[in-house]
Write a protein that binds this ligand. Structure first.
Ligand code: GLC
Length: 428
């Protein structure tokens, strides 16, 4: 079930950490798509040391970034587990010099730092032959031969093997939800390769709720999750809870060759766009094989934190702001609807304007500094319910790092006028 903590959190950190950080290849997809052989991909185990992994330092960094939760890959599509599991030997505990349970260190550190603790878990496992034992709907044996890791490699189906695979996923969920303190959120991935019926999703959801009734589940459960997960492309509209996940460069995991980073200003703006629609942003980092985080990623997390901490009132526990027709650059509202926060990018030459605001105003200030701003309304025809335009004097407003937040304190819960306007048939 969706929880208030999740709706209020706004910023989470996504962490794609696995053996794929060793050889500058993409997570799992690199062998699936044939960019590297399966054998060479798995050889990366030898270089995954986690020797400088300091989970508490990660937690402190995430807090400095202003995040309220984190989601770490406990197992990606390659099937390599970051935790000690009775279900397989394919884990960093048994196959890598790391030799230890990294989910334990991570979960303890997040819990100690009072960050909500999330785990990513790939439903699909391209290393497990049992996973390949039934066909996805619409896939024929001929198609499946081209894709041996996603489908049966030709030949008859073996539903029993698939059932054993599902049982193994369930056992791993039990391990993760019972051995690591409170896990607040599960982030499934890869549901698209099988149907809800094949995954036995309804039963799976019940099973998870028996293990933790308060668990938040992302949507990649073929219709059985709690919130939507738009990926990379910023949503322009939303209907219901969502979390926009995005990379900082082009890669989920660590790829030293990828320096195509979004700037801090771009990330702050994407974040504002996302929370203006009422969503969360799950901002991804890809740690190195030794557990350290590359400087450009740290720099971006800290820049996010500078913005978030200075403007926290406009961010945490806020709700979706005005439609863009009323204010074009994005905004949030306090839960009680009495404070409206406008995001202002690029210095306005003269005015910032809000259209159709029909509530009386107490004051308009720059959130960070408290500086009062003058304002006026024009075009109001109150007896026809037309509110006109609010003009906020913003000449000389210095744009703070990346974004300035203007706070409009309302004398009453917000009312907004939508409409077509009309001729005035009576002039006082
Ligand atoms: C995609 C990919 C995966 C990545 C995930 C993050 O679905 O399969 O590699 O982990 O998105 O959202």
């Amino acid at each position: 079930m969706i929880q208030d903590w999740f709706l209020d959190a706004k910023l989470g950190i996504f962490i794609h950490w696995g053996i794929y950080s060793v050889a500058d290849v993409s997570e799992s997809w690199s062998f699936h798509n044939g960019a590297i052989s399966y054998e060479d991909y798995m050889k990366q185990c030898e270089g995954f040391t986690a020797e400088h992994f300091d989970a508490n330092a990660w937690a402190q960094l995430f807090k400095r970034a202003g995040a309220r939760y984190a989601v770490l890959t406990s197992k990606h599509h390659d099937g390599v587990c970051l935790f000690d599991t009775a279900e397989t030997d394919l884990s960093v505990v048994k196959c890598c010099p790391a030799g230890r349970d990294l989910i334990r260190e991570y979960s303890s550190a997040m819990q100690a730092a009072e960050l909500r603790c999330g785990l990513y878990f790939s439903l699909i496992d391209w290393s497990d032959p049992r996973y390949r034992s039934v066909y996805p709907a619409g896939v024929s044996p001929d198609d499946s031969r081209a894709d041996i890791y996603g489908s049966p490699a030709g030949g008859p189906e073996d539903p029993q093997a698939f059932e054993a695979f599902l049982a193994s996923n369930r056992s791993q969920m039990r391990e993760l939800l019972t051995n690591y303190g409170t896990i607040d959120l599960l982030w499934f991935d890869g549901d698209w390769e099988r149907s809800a019926e094949q995954w036995k999703m309804a039963e799976f959801r019940d099973y998870l709720h028996r293990l933790n009734p308060a668990i938040v589940l992302n949507s990649r459960m073929q219709g059985y999750g709690d919130y939507a997960t738009p990926e990379q492309g910023l949503p322009l509209e939303a209907s219901g809870p969502f979390e926009f996940c995005t990379t900082m460069n082009q890669s989920w995991g660590y790829r030293p060759s990828d320096d195509d980073y979004k700037s801090p200003a771009m990330l702050v703006r994407m974040f504002c766009d996302c929370i203006s629609l009422g969503g969360n942003m799950l901002l991804d980092i890809g740690p190195k094989p030794d557990g350290t985080i590359d400087a450009p990623q740290v720099e971006r997390l800290e820049a996010m934190g500078d913005f978030v901490h200075a403007n926290s009132e406009a961010i945490y526990a806020s709700r979706r702001g005005l439609d863009r027709i009323h204010y074009g650059e994005g905004s949030t509202l306090s839960k009680d609807g009495r404070n409206l926060y406008l995001f202002v990018f690029d210095s306005p030459a003269e005015m910032v304007c809000v259209r159709g605001l029909a509530s009386a105003i107490d004051s308009i200030t720059v959130l960070r500094t408290g500086e009062r701003l003058n304002y006026q309304f024009t075009g109001a025809v109150p007896w026809q319910g037309i509110q006109g335009t609010l003009w906020i004097e913003a000449k000389g407003l210095t744009i703070e790092d990346h974004c300035t937040v203007i706070k409009i304190a309302l004398a009453e819960p917000i009312k907004i006028h939508h409409g077509h306007g009309s001729a005035i048939t009576y002039n006082p």
